[in-house]
Design a binder for this molecule. Structure first.
Ligand SMILES: Cc1ncc(COP(=O)(O)O)c(C=O)c1O
Length: 371
């Protein structure tokens, strides 16, 4: 059966450019990039090329790029590094669990609520600041509903306060333009695998001049900001993925993702008991969230999977019960029944056709069982 993968917001297949760079680097001698021999220098060139490519995509200086294992590590490092500045952190109610869990380890946390579309008010963020606030966390775009945050306005709202601003851009990078220097944030976290770079890669951007205590210590790698031998082949892959998206390619993919997700939204508008969550305008191009009345999301996901369509739901299934989605709960909508559809660089119209063909039947079948 042909498969139709519509779960790029979880992880996206490797881009061909990234695969080529990865395989090429895996075939090299593999020296330590911190050594002076030829093998080390070759690895160093690959690493610094990747850094420049990533900086090019993100509108950052190469020296602002710390290469990590993924957004979770970048976020944890941001929380850890900022913690020395004060005992209080501020975050929005729709942050990813990587942010809420890491921030919660460093003293008190104030959670700023969102409106029914999932947007935070920058004035409410400003009002949450205390003299001991070390960092404000705000995501660029939400992982469940796609709503984007007014990140530039949040940076502005915190400008007169010594607190740092950390932007979790794990869902945004590779899908929308991100210009770090222009944004003026202090820290920005990136995941590689969500836009076709290898899994196990990520980036923490650290604003020039900002010194942070490193999370991983014991070596001078990454200018002493992240100890441990660099996974050069995987990082060559993230560099190549970034280079492939720099320039007009990103705008083209963004437009195509929006066209495909608009097709999903148009295609469900007449379905009974299906609603759209999140901001219809201020949204990431590649993901949409549907509320599905009366049916459990697991059953919908399994029905779609049998029809060859891979999607995801924000409501996680623990051993015995359905866990409500924190994002949907913060928005004040049904947090138990949602379906997330996300597209990426390899998605075609046939994938959307398959979803729109299968969904009405899956929902009708499940609702018939309830009667
Ligand atoms: C908004 C957001 N932040 C952070 C993460 C964690 O990313 P990674 O898998 O690269 O650690 C995710 C992954 O789902 C995410 O969606």
């Amino acid at each position: 059966m042909t498969r139709h993968y519509l779960d790029h917001a979880s992880t996206s297949p490797l881009r061909p450019e990234a695969r080529r760079a990865l395989v090429d680097a895996l075939g090299a001698e593999g020296g330590d990039p911190g050594r002076l021999h030829a093998e080390g220098l070759e690895a160093r060139v690959r690493l610094e090329t990747a850094r420049e490519q990533v900086a090019g995509l993100l509108g950052a200086r190469p020296r602002e790029v710390v290469l990590t294992s993924g957004a979770t590590e970048s976020i944890t490092a941001a929380c850890w590094g900022a913690a020395g500045r004060g005992d209080h952190q501020v975050l929005t109610a729709v942050e990813h669990s990587a942010v809420t869990a890491a921030a919660g380890r460093h003293g008190e946390v104030t959670v700023v609520g969102v409106d029914g579309l999932g947007r935070v008010d920058p004035d409410a963020v400003r009002a949450a600041l205390r003299p001991d606030t070390s960092v404000v966390h705000v995501q660029w775009g939400n992982h469940e509903v796609g709503t984007t945050q007014p990140v530039a306005a949040v940076v502005e709202a915190v400008r007169d306060h010594p607190a740092l601003v950390h932007v979790d851009a794990a869902q945004a990078v590779g899908h929308v333009p991100v210009a770090f220097r222009e944004l003026g944030a202090d820290l920005l976290s990136v995941s590689g695998h969500k836009w076709g770079a290898p899994a196990g890669t990520g980036v923490l951007l650290v604003r020039r001049g900002l010194r942070l205590d490193p999370l991983l210590v014991g070596g001078d790698q990454e200018r002493a900001r992240r100890a441990g031998l660099e996974p050069v082949a995987a990082l060559a892959g993230v560099g190549a993925a970034a280079a492939a998206l720099t320039g007009p390619a990103l705008a083209a993919e963004e437009a195509e993702a929006r066209r495909l997700t608009d097709r999903v939204l148009d295609g469900v508008v007449d379905l009974d008991g299906v609603r759209v969550h999140g901001d219809p305008v201020e949204r990431l191009p590649h993901l949409v969230c549907l509320g599905v009345d009366d049916v459990e999301p697991q059953a919908v996901l399994l029905g779609l999977d049998r029809a060859g369509v891979a999607c995801h739901s924000g409501s996680a299934c623990s051993s015995e019960s359905l866990e409500p989605s924190p994002t949907l709960a913060a928005m004040g909508v049904d947090a138990l029944r949602s379906l997330r559809v996300s597209v990426g660089w390899s998605t075609t119209d046939a994938d959307v056709d398959a979803l729109l063909g299968a969904l009405p039947e899956v929902l009708a079948g499940l609702r018939a069982l309830r009667r």
